[in-house]
Design a protein around this ligand. Sequence first.
Ligand SMILES: [Zn+2]
Length: 379
Amino acid sequence: MEQNQIRAYAAVHADEALRLTEELCRIPAPSGRERARAEFCKVWLERFGAQGVRIDAADNMVLELNAAGSDALTVLTAHTDTVFPDTEPMEVRREGGRLLCPGVGDDTANLAVLLLAARFLLEQGISPKHGLVIAANSGEEGLGNLRGCRRLMADYRGRVARMISFDGYYNRLWNKAVGSARYRVTVRTRGGHSFRDFGAPNAIAQLSELIGALYAIEPHWGPEGTVTTYNVGTVRGGTSVNTVAQEASMLYEYRSDEAAGLRGMEEAFSAVVEDFRAKGVEIKVESMGVRPCGEGVDRLAQKALSDWSEALLHRHTAGDIIVEPASTDCNIPLSQGIPAVSFGLCDGGGAHTRQEWIETASLETGLCIALETMLRFSE
Ligand SMILES: [Zn+2]
């Protein structure tokens, strides 16, 4: 396929990409409630001749192209869910050269462009040599805990050669997984009256001590250059100003770009909790989700995929490409030793805010990038 054929298709279909983005934006899809968007994608692809499109148990929409029998599949995804809890359609508006709507860039526009690129393969009757799996997947954001991608990787276990998730903007390439673990930690005491029971254990004071101990952890595991962090994100508790607090809780997470960093944090965190328990503090630890790090990925294969993607983005866009680690759907394939990268098919800003926007003109560029990716992995 010639570059100018790709550019011609993108130019002709850029306006449609914009309208499709608007349509998808209007279908609310908070994590855990993505099914309506997945159904829409299925019907849309079937209009252009897609066969055997399915919605799986995790609410992923899945289109296979010549995938049967292949064990060198390329999986191309964009996620359907947004961080916004809204279940009523959100307002979409055009303003100047921009399209504004919560979730428009993360990840609705990328999903629309993925669909339009898939339609090109359908219309051209292209049968990808080693098979493609094109998915509108669920559960990428926050507490979605990568539900959709976990399902995909389980369904195609042992058959996936690489995954590319279209997410974010096209001046960014995420080629390494940042893994994380999140917890709700609750401390409980008998409590009492602030004056009469003074001296009785106070849950807020105990949790504060626990937090102090956790912040004394020095993350030093993993190979040179490993970045490991932790954070207490929220704290709540207590009953009133004159009550010895009976309960206090926090949301706590740690992250690392190396599996050794996550393991080190897990041990250090447990050691602090056990230490407090041994002193008689009642602590409940609940897991709020785990995102694994990459492990066992062939370095050369990962580098080849990353380098190819970076060159692709440079060919179609101006300016620098920021290459960095991130926490995305790619954590799942990377944790299973499967090469994976993530980059966007649009340009914009304000992801995860209600002021989120994309440059409407960027969709044409994004469509070129998606088409070239699809054709490259159809060879
Ligand atoms: Zn996203």
